[in-house]
Write a new protein. Structure first.
Length: 263
């Protein structure tokens, strides 16, 4: 009788182990399938950005098996607004200051983002180089309030800004186990004051993650480090209308990264 009990227990334990291994394998397979579908969608809908290499490496790193899934397939937009001294100019702004036009366009963009998406804001201006609103939901009024507070002044540390935004999106990526969408949206009117760090940050983001970089170059044409055809989205805006249109295109571009439901 004792021997039969031992055999029975051995069978039960074996079943449990096999079931757990199958669950783990399925979880990994689903994630890889979703990433592959996302890659195929972006390639077929819009050939401007080639995300093939983004999925060669696991992102984000250091996901624990017991990580809590937070809004697993959620969208994330991290905004970077240039409030540097040159934004006081009135070129390309129909007689208004560029910073005033940019703030209006950015607030309208915030209104248009999916209300279920998480949004964060980083800015550099007279008040310093820092995060203004943490990545999160239900923060639209706060975002617009902080945008209104931006005052022109200072340099253009785009490298530092992009690096910070990527770190915040990576943290959220761990919570979502790598699922979902991740977008950095930059509105700038100048050349970076920390070009080396910017080049390094852009390279890391493109090579190691599915994070998409969208840039609106306000009154600076096409010649910018963030304009990398096939790797980043870049729109040149030479007046308030094209500035707003460029930000609107970000949401249209993000539709290219929707994940199809499994049939």
């Amino acid at each position: 009788m004792r021997k039969q009990t031992q055999i029975f227990l051995f069978i039960i334990i074996s079943i449990v182990i096999v079931a757990y291994n199958n669950f783990t394998s399925s979880k990994s397979a689903i994630q890889h399938t979703i990433q592959a579908k996302s890659q195929n969608i972006s390639s077929s809908k819009d050939s401007q950005v080639d995300n093939t290499q983004n999925f060669k490496m696991s992102w984000p790193k250091d996901i624990k098996d017991d990580a809590a899934i937070s809004d697993q397939f959620g969208k994330n937009f991290y905004l970077i607004l240039d409030g540097s001294g040159s934004m006081d100019d009135r070129e390309c702004s129909d007689g208004r200051r560029k910073i005033d036009v940019a703030k209006i366009a950015m607030k309208n963009f915030v209104n248009d983002i999916d209300p279920m998406a998480k949004v964060g804001l980083f800015a550099f201006d007279f008040n310093g180089v820092k995060e203004r609103v943490a990545l999160g939901k239900n923060n639209r009024d706060l975002l617009k309030s902080e945008i209104d507070k931006i005052r022109d002044g200072g340099r253009t540390p785009l490298g530092q800004s992009l690096k910070f935004a990527y770190e915040k999106l990576t943290q959220e990526g761990r919570k979502q186990l790598g699922y979902g969408e991740y977008h950095i949206v930059v509105l700038t009117d100048g050349i970076s004051s920390d070009t080396s760090l910017l080049v390094e940050s852009v390279s890391e983001i493109i090579k190691k993650s599915p994070v998409v970089i969208h840039t609106i170059g306000f009154c600076i044409g096409e010649n910018h480090t963030l304009n990398q055809p096939g790797k980043t989205y870049y729109k040149a805006a030479n007046d308030p209308k094209s500035l707003s249109a460029g930000l609107g295109d970000v949401l249209a571009e993000s539709e290219s990264f929707k994940v199809l439901s499994f049939e």
